[in-house]
Design a protein around this ligand. Structure first.
Ligand SMILES: Cc1cc2nc3c(=O)[nH]c(=O)nc-3n(C[C@H](O)[C@H](O)[C@H](O)COP(=O)(O)OP(=O)(O)OC[C@H]3O[C@@H](n4cnc5c(N)ncnc54)[C@H](O)[C@@H]3O)c2cc1C
Length: 222
């Protein structure tokens, strides 16, 4: 696996735009410069001059000449709240890239199942937008339909929204409910990202169905 070289020294990047997707979730676009990364990796990022930094998966594609992150405001949080108030021209301190939630060439031959909760779809979006030939299914666990972030970016039929609080998605229930009813392919590769409870439950379902552990990849957010 080739993973981009990590830089611990923070780079300064100017915010280009903030695109609000609903009341709490937004995409921050900022300068990329010569920054290199492998789709699926994440950054550590904060406002310039502030000590607090948090990890954010890269949302944009490898070929884009900017970087983007998809952020959900955590109401009792710190950094996510500050990011929501950013304006074009504000400056960020960015470190990275970090992480191994990447797809090697051999895995790209398999059907890939992305299973994400909420903003856990972010690295999966980067992977899909960077690999035009990927054969994939995106299983997205959200509470309501307005959390189907940029669903039009996925080709028709490849994106399945599992809505847990209302029946307005493609499946009414959690991703685990969906998987419990599905015919799970043991020769596919699985990329699971989001909150730890979802990841542990999905991992157990996949293992129980006979999916080999080296075909299951995880990225825990909280
Ligand atoms: C590898 C990695 C990648 C990540 N990528 C993203 C990303 O792409 N987009 C993104 O929005 N977040 C991502 N996160 C979470 C992010 O780093 C922060 O934890 C989050 O933004 C909250 O930061 P805060 O300073 O606002 O709140 P804090 O003061 O740090 O945390 C407050 C509380 O909120 C919890 N929390 C964190 N995230 C959530 C959430 N989404 N929903 C509910 N509770 C939460 C924390 O566990 C904590 O208990 C990632 C985390 C990791 C480890």
């Amino acid at each position: 696996m080739s993973v981009a070289k990590t830089s611990i020294k923070a780079k300064i990047a100017k915010v280009l735009s903030v695109r609000h997707l609903n009341d709490s979730t937004f995409v921050v676009r900022f300068e990329r410069g010569d920054f290199q990364f492998e789709p699926g990796q994440y950054l550590a990022l904060g406002l310039k001059g502030k000590i607090q930094k948090r990890e954010y998966s890269i949302y944009s594609a490898r070929e884009d000449d900017f970087l983007e992150i998809l952020v959900k405001e955590v109401l009792d949080g710190d950094v996510s709240k500050r990011l929501k108030t950013l304006n074009p021209g504000d400056e960020l301190e960015v470190q990275g890239p970090f992480g191994y939630f990447t797809i090697d060439e051999k895995k790209k031959e398999k059907h890939i199942y992305f299973i994400a909760s909420g903003t856990g779809i972010s690295p999966c979006h980067s992977l899909v937008m960077s690999n035009a030939d990927l054969k994939f299914t995106m299983l997205h666990g959200v509470r309501t339909a307005d959390e189907r972030y940029d669903m039009m970016d996925y080709s028709k039929g490849n994106y399945v929204a599992c809505t847990s609080r209302e029946g307005t998605g493609d499946f009414y229930g959690r991703v685990t409910d969906y998987l419990n009813k599905a015919n799970i392919k043991t020769d596919a590769a699985y990329y699971i990202c989001g909150n730890s409870n979802m990841i542990y439950d999905v991992f157990d379902i996949l293992k129980g169905a006979g999916v080999p552990q080296d075909q299951i990849h995880t990225e825990v957010y909280f």
